[in-house]
Design a protein around this ligand. Structure first.
Ligand code: HEC
Ligand code: HEC
Ligand code: HEC
Ligand code: HEC
Length: 161
């Protein structure tokens, strides 16, 4: 009986760790680049590199680079639980996964080709509310936030075929 309850408990812990409550790990922009840098499908990686998000760590000077108060908005790495940081680097600033969600669960080609499946595995299709997690008055350099205008400056669409 004891062994059986133990096994049942293990089963639920297993489900808990791998099922609905599973949290994905952050894999870093270099991994997304492997599939998202072809000009014919929009070269999202290069597009992102040209935005201020990719250089957000360079805006922090001296001690600011270690200040959690600044890092939480200027670096994907410091924006979530450090236990979830797999192959991502702190220097990459505000990268893909700050907006699209941690990628370990949806990064495979077969999942990514299916939008519904990707979302089920943690892909986020970002909206205005998500941007405002960082674009708000808590930012010492807040310049206001017009979603349509700001979106244009960072857009990286898949070209219509
Ligand atoms: C193994 C290849 C591969 C990797 C790695 C990969 N993707 Fe994708 N991704 C795809 C494919 C294929 C599509 C579907 C493109 C299409 O519909 O033309 C896609 C689609 C997407 C979409 C559009 C979803 C939609 O339907 O609107 C987003 C956003 C996205 N990927 C983000 C990412 C991010 C962020 C990463 C890194 C964490 C990543 N991808 C890693 C292959 C990949
Ligand atoms: C994780 C935090 C975070 C999220 C989420 C975020 N941003 Fe940003 N954004 C920043 C930071 C930090 C900067 C400033 C980077 C720098 O200059 O050092 C910035 C800068 C920008 C800029 C450049 C502004 C300028 O002064 O030229 C645009 C445009 C922008 N973001 C658009 C967006 C949009 C649109 C979204 C949502 C789809 C978004 N951002 C989501 C943190 C974020
Ligand atoms: C709540 C999120 C948030 C926090 C916290 C934050 N920033 Fe930012 N920071 C931003 C965003 C978003 C921008 C882009 C400015 C804009 O368009 O509003 C930005 C822009 C900047 C810029 C560029 C200034 C410019 O004129 O474009 C510098 C420098 C900067 N931040 C430094 C810091 C420092 C230093 C700290 C810590 C004391 C900090 N930030 C904390 C979100 C944040
Ligand atoms: C500041 C937030 C932000 C960052 C950083 C970001 N994206 Fe996006 N991404 C968006 C938004 C917003 C959309 C448009 C969603 C929509 O169609 O409504 C989008 C759309 C996409 C699409 C689908 C385009 C289409 O036409 O369907 C792909 C693919 C994608 N992003 C990949 C990436 C990759 C790869 C990176 C990193 C190299 C990245 N994104 C970084 C916010 C971001």
């Amino acid at each position: 009986m004891v062994i059986r309850s133990f096994l049942i408990a293990c089963f639920f812990i297993f489900i808990g760790a791998n099922g609905l409550t599973a949290q994905n790990d952050y894999i870093g922009a270099a991994k997304c680049k492997m599939c998202h840098n072809k000009p014919s499908t929009g070269a999202q990686y290069s597009q992102w590199q040209e935005t201020k998000h990719a250089s957000a760590m360079e805006s922090l000077k001296g001690d600011e680079k270690n200040d959690p108060k600044c890092l939480k908005c200027h670096s994907t790495y410091y924006g979530d639980d450090e236990m979830l940081m797999a192959t991502i680097k702190p220097e990459e600033g505000v990268s893909c996964e700050s907006c699209h969600g941690a990628g370990s669960g949806y990064k495979s080609n077969s999942v990514m080709k299916d939008q519904a499946k990707s979302i089920e595995r943690g892909l986020i299709i970002p909206d205005e509310t998500l941007c405002k997690k960082c674009h708000n008055e808590e930012s010492p350099h807040y310049k206001g936030f017009n979603y349509e205008e700001y979106l244009k400056k960072i857009s990286h669409p898949i070209p219509a075929s």
